[in-house]
Structure formats: structure tokens, C-alpha cells
Design a protein around this ligand. Sequence first.
Ligand code: SF4
Length: 397
Amino acid sequence: MMTGEPVNILGMSREELRSFAAELGERPYRGDQVYQWLYARGATGFDVMTDCGRAFRETLHARARIAGVAQVKNQLSPADGTTKFLFALSDGLQIESVLIPPSSAFEGDDPGDEEPRSSRERLTLCVSTQVGCPLDCAFCATGTMGYLRNLTPGEIIDQVLTVRRLTGRTITNVVFMGMGEPMLNYDAVIRAGMLMTDGAGIAARRITVSTAGWADGIRRMADERTRMKLAVSLHSAVPATRDALMPVTRRFPLDALRAALQYYYARTKVRVTYEYIFFDGINDTPLEVRRLIAFARAIPCKLNVIPYHEIGFAGPEGIGASLRPSPRMHEIVEELRRANLTVIVRSSAGEDIAAACGQLAVQGLRRSRSGRSTRGVPDAEHGPRSIVTQHRHDRRP
Ligand code: SF4
């Protein structure tokens, strides 16, 4: 029998819960029952686990706990129904999730979708994977802050479970596009994705991992055949421009990214989504468009063009302070379509609430920092990171 502090069981796999039940002196199937209660039914305590038997419930009270995220506030967009959730973690740090309404163009008609669903059926949650991010993209509000830590698998999936419980609605799609770079918390992201599919009933093909271009993670996803979809924030196919917008390019140059994507497609036969924001005078020139078309032709793909949410509230520096939406966006979209690319123009879901909510998280995180600088591209998977907040509600697959 184990002794000591109660164990947080949120984030445990089915097998781990079976082992845990056995360690508590129960038959392993009790672990299956707890697994169902946690992920399929979203239990937040043990009293509701009535089929587990009173004695086992009392043991769970003494030996286990269920600790994930706690709602701080939520903010509904009157304009389009997008809802931002601000969650507190057990150490007081805060993260955001965004519930994107069925009417949003985020999940609008997509001629390339493998399994079209009516917009009324879809409800997508954008979840965070880190408290912060090292990658410091110029257009990202959260990139203006410092990295604090990775989320645990339990903290990741609990964003889904908690929003489902708070809203009483079925979440059909999940995108790993909130705060953080998912590939830098790869194991936890894949574990959370597995719990979403096997435990919470969300099909793997409706879960998307969105990366800034961490090529090693793309190759790993290809090798492990996770069945989750892949999106890449591209934003330029010209090395110098992408380097200026996304410092991750120094770690994984465009050639390395293209090679990883070709490898991914060769292994999975699943097309990739590129996310793209056009910035005035930066990546909306004829040269940029020609390079984008050439890059996009490397593998089957679709392109999500996303209007820019300005991040002035976060006090960006350098190129980030000068970014403005391109007035040529729709003209370029037509040019890309004439080049036979599949292009989806996303609406600015939640634009009216993005700044205020991001600002809260940015201010909260800045207060919690001790003055150390954690920005910059990491040298290793767990190197220094920088924090992200407004983030990728602007970068949807
Ligand atoms: S959270 Fe995403 S967009 Fe923001 S800095 Fe990190 S990788 Fe870039």
C-alpha cells in the first residue's frame, strides 16, 4: 500500500489507473471505472463514482486527488459568440482557452475536409499547452512575455473537461493552439490527445496540433502516426522575412521545415494546413506571394488566411510594433486561388474580446515574473521559453 501525499490522478492513462487501483488493493477494473468517470463523464470528485463502491471511494478520498484547472473568469464575444476562458493552475499561474462557436468561419466550409459536418454540429476548443512559449513570434501577444512552464497532461485535457462541464455542450474539435508551442511539450500533448480520443470521445482526426515550425516534432508525429492533424504557422516562405517574424526559423530554417513536412506527408498521406497572416509591406509583396505558392506546392495542403489582431496592448518591440494588417489580403487570396491552392479566409472570431482577455493574462504573468529574461529560441527541448497569451486564436487550421 502506498503512503504519503494524495496522488493527482487527472492525466493518468487507463493502464496507469488500473495499476493505481491495484496498488490500492482493488481489482484493476476499478481503474477502468475511474477512467470513465474522469474523462467520459468529467467527474471532479469521488463521491459521484457510485459504481466504484463505498470502500474504494473512501480509499480514493485518502490516497488520490483530481487537480486540473480552475475557472477564473470567462468572456463572451457579443459579436460572434466566441468565449475566452481564463483558468488558474494549482500554482497560481494562469492560462487561456477559447471556445469557438459553430457559426465562426474557423470551422466553416472547407472543400478539403475529410468529413464535412454542418457548422451547427461543430464546437471547437483552442487549448493551451504551456504557460508561456520560447518562440517569441513577432505577431504574438504572449510572445512578449517570459516562459514559465509546461502544462501537465491533466492540465491540458482538463481545459476540455472543464469547458464541457461549464457550458454543458459537446466539444467536437480541439486545436492545440492556445498559449505555448505544442511540440515543446510533445509528450504531454500526445498524452492529452490520447485521453481526449480514448477517454473523452473526440475523434483524433478532429484534433489538430499547430506548430510554429518545430521540425523535429513534425517528424516525430509522422513516425508515431498519432492520427491527429497538423497545422503549421508559416507566415512567410522567404527566409529573411520568416526569420524576422518567427525566430524559430533560426533553429529550423525553411528548407528543414519543408523537408520535415514532405516526410510527414510521405508517412501519413494527411495534408497539412498552413496558417498565414498577411502584414502590410512585410509578407504581401509579389515576391512573397510567389515564394508562398512554391512552398505550398511541395505537398498537398490547404491555406488558412487569418486577419491580424493587433497586439499593441502587449507592448511588442521591434518588428512586432510595426505590424499592420495588409490591405491586399483579399487580392492575394484570389491570386492564390488562381494558382490552384485551397485557401480558406477565416473570420476574426472573438476580435472584440481578444485584447482585453490577453491583457489580463499578460499583466498577471508579468506580475509573477521575477525579472529573469526567458525569451528566445531554445537550444534544447526544455530550454528557455517566452510566454504567450493572445496567441493563436489568430492561427486556426
Ligand atoms: S505561442 Fe505560438 S505564436 Fe506565440 S510565440 Fe509561441 S509559437 Fe509563436
